[in-house]
Design a protein around this ligand. Structure first.
Ligand SMILES: Cc1ncc(COP(=O)(O)O)c(C=O)c1O
Length: 402
């Protein structure tokens, strides 16, 4: 075998990418489960429900139709693009054309495409922290520079216009905005979404707004789409969304981006040389999902709300752990600052990273360390798992930390 020196094997850019911490934690938990351990995994951001049956049936039918065995246009099936535009008008109060929609391999590819299309080397992207672990990697892959805008639990994990303005420079190209938020579960109220949108418009910044958790909000908290309430930004805005979280369809890999025509054409050109179209059968399934009603979504949302409250109450009862009640998505994001520095199961634990390792080794509970989200001292727990597992996992956690 030809020998290539260590230095030359992997490019500098790709060599700098960290493995997705959330997927890594989930993989470790699954490996332990396969080895016969009874592991409770709070790791993956993945609904435990099966995909609703009318969507599965649409895919079965598509499998039998030879037309779905072929490529589709790289930008997606025309009828799916039209249905996504109609769904966006329904849910986000944002009227867009089918030609402004690009169907992608999950919301993740929409994020990747967007930064590839928008950024030149050195362009800065404002990113409120804690943030979803993929955003800074996608910015770096586009040679951009992430500028973190830190938020705290006391601020409800929401960035203010004042903070964003303080972080803005003449290299700032874009703001990444997400509400409901992964990992914090925070939901921005309408007036704050409007204020941030107007500020971005005033300074001619792009807004990439990730709406993937739009239907998962709890109590009095409601989702607000930025281009829906600040139509002025439509020319400078890319919406990222997908079927994964709303319809329990993580494995089908269908997402989309919606933006101005030039951006969508550029992203479609990029995609035509990388992945081409999303799997045709998956697009048919997504068509059934987005053009159907929201009944199944409502039932899943109610289950998530109940589980989120249970998790919040159980975590808050553990001395040294403090937690905000989740407002949306399906994550609790507690601070473990009060337990760090202690000895747990005979091991000195000083960081949330170490804490997560001890929890998995000793209690067989998988949680994702805050370090992966730019928030050391915290950890993310998904409550998209069964009620019984949720209670079992929280009890184990409480026992180990007692
Ligand atoms: C905030 C956010 N955006 C986008 C995605 C992408 O989801 P997918 O690529 O599965 O559609 C996720 C998944 O975890 C997410 O949490």
């Amino acid at each position: 075998m030809a020998r290539i020196s260590e230095r030359l094997r992997v490019s500098r850019k790709i060599g700098a990418i960290a493995e997705s911490a959330t997927l890594a934690v989930d993989a470790k938990a699954k490996a332990l489960k396969a080895a016969g351990e009874h592991v409770v995994s709070f790791g993956a951001g993945e609904p435990d429900f099966p995909t609703p049956s009318h969507i599965v049936e649409a895919a079965v039918e598509a499998c039998r139709d030879p037309a779905s065995h072929k490529y589709t246009p790289a930008a997606g099936l025309p009828e799916l693009r039209a249905a996504i535009a109609a769904k966006t008008a329904r849910d986000s109060d944002y009227a867009c054309e089918a030609s402004h929609v690009l169907v992608t391999n999950g919301g993740k590819q929409a994020v990747f495409n967007t930064f590839q299309v928008l950024l030149d080397p050195g362009d800065e992207v404002l990113l409120p922290a804690p943030y979803w672990t993929t955003y800074p990697e996608a910015v770096a892959l586009a040679d951009g520079v992430t500028v973190e805008v830190p938020t705290t639990a006391e601020m409800g994990f929401r960035a203010s216009v004042e903070q964003l303005e303080a972080a803005r420079t003449d290299r700032t190209k874009a703001l990444l905005f997400v509400s409901p938020s992964n990992p914090t579960g925070a939901v921005y109220p309408r007036e704050e979404v409007e204020a941030i949108g107007r500020w971005a418009d005033e300074h001619e910044l792009w807004v990439i707004t990730d709406e993937i958790y739009e239907h998962l909000t709890f109590g009095e908290h409601v989702f607000t789409s930025m281009p829906g309430v600040v139509p002025e930004i439509v020319g400078n805005c890319v919406v990222v969304n997908g079927v994964a979280k709303t319809y329990a369809m993580t494995g089908w890999r269908v997402g989309w981006m919606i933006g101005p025509a030039d951006i969508v054409i550029a992203a479609s050109n990029l995609q035509s040389h990388s992945t081409s179209n999303v799997a045709n059968v998956s697009q048919r399934a997504a068509l059934a999902a987005v053009s159907g009603d929201l009944e199944a979504v409502g039932q899943m949302r109610a289950a998530f709300e109940r589980r989120g409250r249970t998790m919040y109450e159980m975590l808050s009862a553990i001395p040294g752990v403090s937690c905000l009640e989740p407002q949306g998505a399906f994550y609790c994001f507690p601070s473990f600052a009060g337990v760090l520095g202690r000895e747990i199961a005979g091991r000195k634990v000083t960081t949330s990273l170490e804490l997560c390792e001890v929890l998995l080794d000793e209690a067989k509970v998988a949680i994702v360390p805050g370090e992966a989200f730019g928030a050391p001292g915290y950890a993310r727990l998904s409550f998209a798992l069964s009620d019984d597992d949720l209670v079992d996992g929280c009890e184990r956690l409480a026992e180990l930390l007692a």
